[in-house]
Design a protein around this ligand. Structure first.
Ligand SMILES: [Zn+2]
Length: 744
């Protein structure tokens, strides 16, 4: 941004000449020169905007050697002033309470809007015009603010982040930090996920065990893990959010995802059995009993205390993923079904949600639930549906006159890795369901969902949320017709110094490097593709950590021996994203297409038949594209080596992750043949590892023999066929996952 008329004074004033604005304002022009905010500058505010004036005063004072005075509009303005003015911005935005205008020139700053929310959003645009050192709270005597003229308003009124503080607990300071970051990007909703199977995080006076017992689970190290927010913490957080015009919507999950509450008060479940607070991830069968009136009494008492803490018009009650198993086997639940004339347990769930909805309505609150609540034919127009299993929930809700919030798993799940949802994918998101032609007033907006099963600490949290939040903020605020990713990408780059100054170690924008392979009998050829512009790839082949002094990738590598490749991307000499490790095995069958006895799964092809001989080994992520899989049947793999070879070792590797129904084979038989017709057994390996063994692991089955001459090699892996009786999915078809047939 050019600042031609820079005054003499400006040379010592920090000014951000490379600023960018995210989300992009609706109307924006950059001007000439800048305004210098120094000790003489005062804030002149309409009395309506006292709260915003105090916020601005503190913001500036936090990074300056002075504190600006606040004057009322009636008092005569000084020579240097920042005006917070009450007035319409543009008639097209009518009653949009977040509309604002901001003009900066060498004589002053003027922020105009009809409501405090608009003035506050204008202050955030001003904040983004300041240099990164401002956000470090470096105390200066003056700040330069580049000249601009902005007229702006959001396209969608609901711009949120779901923050799961249950799967992992995040303290008060972290919650406040993210509220401030949301404000910086003009988001206006924190959807605070406060209760779960794995932890209850909100103090409720009437039920102290919810936090004494329910807030703590057995951690991986055997010690208690958890934490909760006291009522004082929550009041402090709510006040902090209120200052920033951010609404906090508390989520109290029911009837499912309730094991922590049941662990504290066993009478809430169908069985009344004492349970532990959940320690694993997933969906649990123990839920609130729908036949027991004391369950409803409990929930109403909890909600009364929740409503007292949160001024939000909306209360989120979850309503997702509630298994019906316990209700099917509970006499109280079955009695309720009869007494209420319900058909089945799904209607019992509808009854549950309806009853809670009536209670909330009595207290002038609106219920939000995940899209499962639509299954119960809940057509009350005050209910808001949050669509997560795709956009179908939003479409159905809007078509029947209910408001919808869009946060589909395809674009808005920030717990997903970059290979599923990268910055560009989020930027491609629209909260309006495809094919929807009704009134847009029913599409409130969207949220990004930060579930924290795999987010154990602040550092991973920052990498998951940033920079993807910037894309979400822009698609919900700006939502302009002509999206231009490369232009947005450039603005994101300009945001990084400020984010760093605010203590955010953001993650990568995309998968930093992708590998492509072509394997011949002579070599395994590796091509590396950088995921973003201006990225350099450095690699090692000896297992050491790659740095900028390692080999730099220039052209495809032909590997002629087994190796472990490690690649790290660098952007301006700073490491970018995670290191990638890939193991290669060079052997006699490389590049020869094997014959398979089975049809592999469309989801796990490994890339086709050659997956088993390409030398590219599968990783501990069974979705990495290198694993090939079948359900139920055995795998017989035959390799024709083209000519007679001397063989002394054959091996193969399988994967186990029993909770995903993936088991090692029960045994593997190895055969050789001279002519491809008569096969001779050379050995059998029985699997001795229990199918119950937890976690993800790879097991190599290797047979060493006295050297033998053969042209054909065959391996047969026997499938366990079904999940065993002890398994949660007993009887379901078991998976067999293989990655390579190695012949040496
Ligand atoms: Zn029950």
């Amino acid at each position: 941004m050019a600042c031609d008329n820079v005054s003499e004074k400006a040379k010592v004033v920090p000014v951000n000449n490379n600023y960018s604005l995210v989300p992009l304002p609706q109307h924006y022009t950059s001007g000439q020169g800048m305004f210098v905010w120094d000790a003489q500058t005062v804030i002149v505010a309409d009395p309506t905007f006292e709260k915003e004036a105090v916020y601005l005063q503190r913001l500036i004072a936090g990074s300056s050697r002075f504190e600006p005075a606040i004057l009322s509009a009636k008092e005569a303005p000084m020579a240097s002033a920042v005006y917070l003015v009450k007035g319409t911005v543009d008639h097209v935005w009518g009653k949009n309470k977040e509309a604002y205008s901001l003009s900066v020139d060498s004589t002053g700053i003027r922020i105009q809007g009809m409501q405090g929310a608009g003035i506050f959003r204008g202050i955030q645009s001003l904040r983004q015009l300041l240099p990164a050192s401002f956000h470090q709270q470096k105390k200066e005597g003056a700040w330069g603010i580049p000249a601009v003229a902005i007229k702006d308003a959001p396209k969608f009124s609901w711009r949120g982040l779901l923050f799961d503080c249950c799967r992992h607990f995040f303290d008060k300071q972290t919650v406040k930090h993210y509220i401030d970051l949301l404000a910086y990007y003009k988001m206006n909703t924190l959807h605070w996920h406060l209760t779960e199977d794995q932890g209850w995080r909100i103090a409720i006076d009437r039920y102290p065990k919810l936090t004494e017992i329910g807030a703590w689970r057995k951690g991986e190290d055997g010690k208690p893990y958890g934490g909760f927010y006291t009522k004082e913490d929550i009041r402090e957080i709510v006040a902090y959010a209120n200052e920033r015009h951010i609404n906090i919507v508390p989520e109290i999950e029911l009837p499912g995802h309730s094991q922590a509450a049941i662990a504290a008060y066993p009478y809430l479940s169908c069985t009344g059995e004492q349970l532990e607070v959940g320690t694993k991830w997933g969906v649990f069968k123990d839920v609130y009993c729908a036949g027991n009136d004391s369950t409803f009494q409990f929930l109403e008492n909890v909600l009364l205390e929740v409503m007292e803490l949160f001024p939000s018009e909306y209360i989120h009650i979850g309503g997702d993923e509630c298994p019906k198993y316990r209700w099917e086997h509970c006499s109280k639940c079955q009695k309720r079904i009869k007494a209420e004339g319900l058909h089945d347990e799904h209607e019992l769930q509808r009854y549950f949600i309806k009853r809670i909805n009536q209670f909330l309505q009595k207290h002038n609150k609106r219920l939000i639930g995940w899209d499962e609540i639509l299954e119960g034919d809940l057509t009350d127009s005050s209910v808001v549906v949050q669509s997560w299993r795709g956009m179908g929930g939003a479409l159905k809700a809007a078509n029947q006159g209910q408001c919808a919030i869009s946060s589909p798993i395809s674009h808005a799940y920030f717990d997903y890795q970059l290979n599923a949802i990268d910055l560009e994918k989020v930027y491609a998101f629209s909260p309006i369901p495809e094919g929807y032609t009704g009134d847009l007033k029913y599409i409130l907006g969207g949220e990004c969902n930060m579930w924290t099963e795999w987010v154990p600490n602040d550092s991973v949290l920052a990498q998951r949320i940033f920079p993807r939040l910037l894309a979400m903020s822009e698609v919900l605020w700006s939502a302009y017709e002509q999206k231009n990713y490369s232009e947005f990408y450039e603005r994101v780059q300009q945001q990084y110094p400020s984010l760093e100054a605010m203590g955010i170690q953001y993650g990568a924008e995309t998968v930093p490097v992708r590998l492509e392979h072509y394997t011949s009998q002579e070599s395994i050829n590796v091509k590396m593709l950088a995921g973003a512009p201006n990225i350099d790839l450095y690699y090692t082949m000896d297992g050491t950590k790659p740095t900028t002094t390692s080999e730099r990738y220039e052209a495809p590598l032909p590997l002629k021996k087994s190796s472990t490749l490690k690649v790290q991307a660098f952007k301006q000499d700073k490491s970018y994203g995670q290191e990638l490790e890939q193991v290669y095995t060079k052997h006699l069958a490389n590049g020869i297409e094997p014959t398979l006895s089975y049809v592999y799964s469309d989801y796990y092809t490994g890339g086709g038949n050659l997956a088993l001989t390409n030398g590219v080994r599968g990783s501990l992520n069974f979705r990495d594209g290198h694993w090939q899989a079948v359900q139920k049947v055995p795998m017989e793999i035959t390799v024709n080596l083209k000519e007679t070879q001397t063989i002394s070792k054959v091996s193969t590797a399988f994967f186990q992750k029993q909770d995903s129904w993936i088991f090692l084979p029960t045994k593997i038989e190895f055969f050789v043949s001279e002519d491809g017709e008569k096969y001779q057994s050379i050995g059998v390996i029985e699997n001795t590892i229990s199918p119950k063994k937890d976690d993800s692991f790879i097991e190599k089955f290797m047979l060493e023999i006295a050297p033998i001459k053969a042209q054909f090699v065959r391996m047969k892996a026997h499938n366990i066929t079904h999940c065993p009786d002890w398994h949660a999915a007993a009887g379901s078809d078991a998976w067999l996952f293989v990655d390579e047939s190695v012949v040496e």
